[in-house]
Design a protein around this ligand. Structure first.
Ligand SMILES: C[S@@+](CC[C@H](N)C(=O)[O-])C[C@H]1O[C@@H](n2cnc3c(N)ncnc32)[C@H](O)[C@@H]1O
Length: 334
């Protein structure tokens, strides 16, 4: 990866999932050698942090772990909501240390698309280059959290034509491969949404027509091995579902923003299919951009353990409420 990011002590601590005092101890032990600003403040290069992570993984030591932690979340960050095996963190996925590395079996997520949606706590109108750099950061983070035989279902648009034509699907898949992911396949989700159509370009003329496919992608990636060996090895998919869903064109309608109260929800059907097709019962599923909580509802309904991260407190509240109403989380025995 490109080494153009420099981290303060606090940021380096977040990056490695430790406290700032551990960073000082690691420096004393020669594991990290920061540079110093003219004012004497420490700066850590991304390369040195990655190197440090690699060393700790190679040595198979608990070098950067301060205390033993149970389950896949760390004890340092308090969840917004935790019931049975479902957990919501109200925090920024780019800097949080709430999830332990190499503990996640499956990620199902739909990140912000950078199409000018009015989220309460996220700028969805970045310059495209900035959006790609944001993407690189969160994808690299996802990679580290996954187990070696874990999968990643990335729901993204095929193309974007608001604010200029961009091949979002192709660009994000390329970045995912650059941060280490291996490509498996792409599912085309046909939302059957034709009302979206507002611009035709040059109507009935070849001078400058617009072409836009009313579909989204679910890019299926994995970390190191496609064959899954960890977990319960118990699948709950029926023959009918397996036959239907392994055909890579999925037809089901999108979710209503108004009904859910979120500007860009996906239907629970999307994570439900990904979860049943790509994970075993009891696996740990993460959605780093939880929004209104659809992925966690699917987890609760399919007996998977679920972790969601969402930067906006109101959306966390919405997700919790949906878990109570739609997944009956207080009645479920997971
Ligand atoms: C496309 S929406 C996800 C919708 C979700 N799949 C659902 O069904 O409701 C993206 C979400 O990511 C959240 N978000 C944006 N930046 C974030 C960040 N850095 N960390 C965590 N959440 C973030 C936004 O607030 C928004 O709710």
């Amino acid at each position: 990866m490109e080494d153009k990011t420099v981290y303060t002590t606090k940021e380096a601590a977040c990056y490695l999932g430790v406290s700032p005092s551990t960073i000082y101890r690691m420096e004393k032990r020669g594991l990290l050698s920061p540079t110093k600003t003219s004012g004497g403040q420490r700066r850590f290069s991304q390369k040195s942090l990655e190197e440090c992570l690699r060393k700790s993984q190679n040595l198979e030591t608990t070098l950067i772990r301060e205390k033993p932690v149970s389950y896949e979340t760390t004890t340092r960050v308090k969840p917004y909501f935790h019931k049975n095996s479902i957990c919501i963190y109200n925090t920024d996925f780019l800097s949080t240390a709430c999830i332990k590395e190499k503990t996640i079996d499956l990620i199902v997520t739909s990140p912000p698309y950078n199409v000018g949606i009015k989220y309460s706590s996220h700028d969805d109108k970045m310059f495209y280059e900035d959006y790609l750099s944001f993407t690189r950061k969160w994808l690299a983070r996802c990679y580290r959290l996954l187990k070696d035989d874990a999968r990643f279902c990335l729901n993204i648009p095929l193309d974007k034509n608001k604010g200029g034509q961009q091949s979002v699907g192709a660009d994000l898949t390329t970045i995912a491969k650059q941060v280490g992911f291996k490509y498996h396949s792409t599912i085309v989700w046909n939302e059957g949404n034709i009302s979206r159509r507002t611009a035709w370009g040059s109507w009935l003329s070849a001078s400058a027509p617009y072409v836009i496919a009313p579909v989204e992608l679910i890019v299926v990636l994995y970390k190191k091995r496609w064959k899954k060996s960890s977990g319960s090895r118990k699948s709950d998919i029926t023959k009918k579902e397996f036959m239907e869903w392994t055909n890579g064109v999925w037809n089901f309608v999108g979710e209503s923003k108004k009904r859910i109260g979120h500007p860009a929800p996906f239907p629970v059907e999307l994570p439900r299919r990904c979860i049943k097709l790509f994970s075993f019962v009891g696996d740990v599923v993460l959605d780093p951009f939880l929004g209104s909580g659809s992925t966690l509802i699917a987890c609760a309904l399919t007996n998977r353990r679920g972790i969601g991260v969402e930067i906006d407190k109101n959306y966390c509240g919405l997700a919790r409420q949906r878990l109570i109403n739609e997944a009956k989380i207080y009645q479920l025995k997971l």
